[in-house]
Structure formats: C-alpha cells, structure tokens
Design a protein around this ligand. Structure first.
Ligand SMILES: [Zn+2]
Length: 202
C-alpha cells in the first residue's frame, strides 16, 4: 500500500488525471486524518473551496487542501517523535509511569482521529495545523476544564460514537472528542452530569 508521501506526489502530479489525484488525497486521509476521514475531508474541501462530492476539482484547490494536511501532519509527527524519545528516556531511567496520556496516545494511530469529530460536518474551522498546535499544547500542560481547541466549557459526555472508545467528552461548540487527559477529573465528571437547564426548560 502506498505511503503518505507517494500519495501526496500523485495529488500534485499534473500527468495524472484529476479524478485519480482526488482519490490519492482521499487515500492520504487513511494515513492521517485528525478529525477522522469524513470530517477531515469535509474540513479540507471547505477551506480549499471544493465541493465534497466534486470528482473533478480544480487542481490548484486540490493541492491547497493537500498542503493544509501536510502542514498539520508535520506538526503531529514532530510531537509523536518527541513523545517517543521522552518515553524511551523515562524508561531508561526507570521513572516511567504509564499515564492517561500514554493510553490515549496509543490509540491515535499516528495522527488518525486525534481530534475525532463524529459528525463529519461539525469540526473546528481553524487551519488543521493550528488545531493540532492547540491540542499538543493542552496535552503538554496541566489538565483544565475547557476544550483544548476552542476554549469553550460546553463539553458533554456522548455515547454511540463511531470511534474507539465509543463514548467520550464531546465539545458542543467545535465538535471534537476532547482527549480525557486534558480535562481535570472534576471537569470530566461534570461532562457526565445531565444538568442542562436550557434543555430541561424547553
Ligand atoms: Zn471545542
């Protein structure tokens, strides 16, 4: 199976027919899709000005979408690498304690679904690289009570997600599944409380 880089070359290749170049970009999302395949596609198309179902998009727009994905991937790979080095060093010195972030990190498959969006049409609007920068900064900071991407407090626990694990805290503003380790135990517990006065009154 082709790797991300050779797929990216196909997306850029003017000798390849446009339908295939589009397919190659979709295949890139099987390797790296921070919101999951469908939501990341929806995001990239929206920002590049491509209709999601357009099988013959403008080549320049297709490449713009690829460039956004590549920039985000570089940010994530650098974080991933640093994470692995740190883990190795801690292990060497015998100070490694498996943490909640280790558990979470293990399930992210090199950047797939790190900010999972279950509804493909609801996702952050900022550039992907910026979203990942905010995620990484939250993962490297003390846990808090807000969404790491949009800084909103409106986070609720949802089940039935097309994701593993199939339940988790979801930001009602930007749509991402918030990694549990970035929330304090108290904030995480609060997401499970069905205290929504506005909804109750409706
Ligand atoms: Zn959010």
């Amino acid at each position: 199976m082709a790797g991300f880089r050779s797929l990216a070359e196909q997306v850029r290749d003017p000798e390849v027919i446009i339908e295939q170049r589009r397919t190659a970009l979709r295949k890139c999302l099987e390797k790296f899709a921070p919101y999951g395949h469908r939501a990341t596609w929806h995001h990239l198309c929206g920002r590049a000005g491509i209709a999601t179902a357009d099988r013959r998009p403008d080549p320049a727009r297709l490449v713009a979408a690829l460039e956004e994905l590549e920039a985000a991937r570089e940010i994530w790979l650098a974080y991933d690498e640093e994470f692995a080095v740190r883990r190795k060093r801690e292990k060497f010195y015998g100070i490694r304690q498996p943490s909640a972030i280790d558990d979470w990190h293990r399930r992210t498959w090199g950047g797939y679904g790190v900010a999972w969006c279950d509804d493909p049409t609801v996702h952050p609007t900022a550039p992907l690289a910026e979203v990942l920068r905010r995620m990484i900064s939250a993962l490297e900071s003390q846990p808090g009570a807000v969404c790491p991407v949009c800084r909103e407090h409106d986070i609720e626990w949802r089940g039935g997600l097309c994701h593993y694990p199939s339940a988790g805290p979801v930001c009602r503003n930007c749509g991402i599944v918030v990694p549990a380790p970035v929330l304090t135990p108290r904030a995480l517990a609060a997401t499970k409380r069905p205290s929504r006065p506005l909804l109750a009154a409706a």
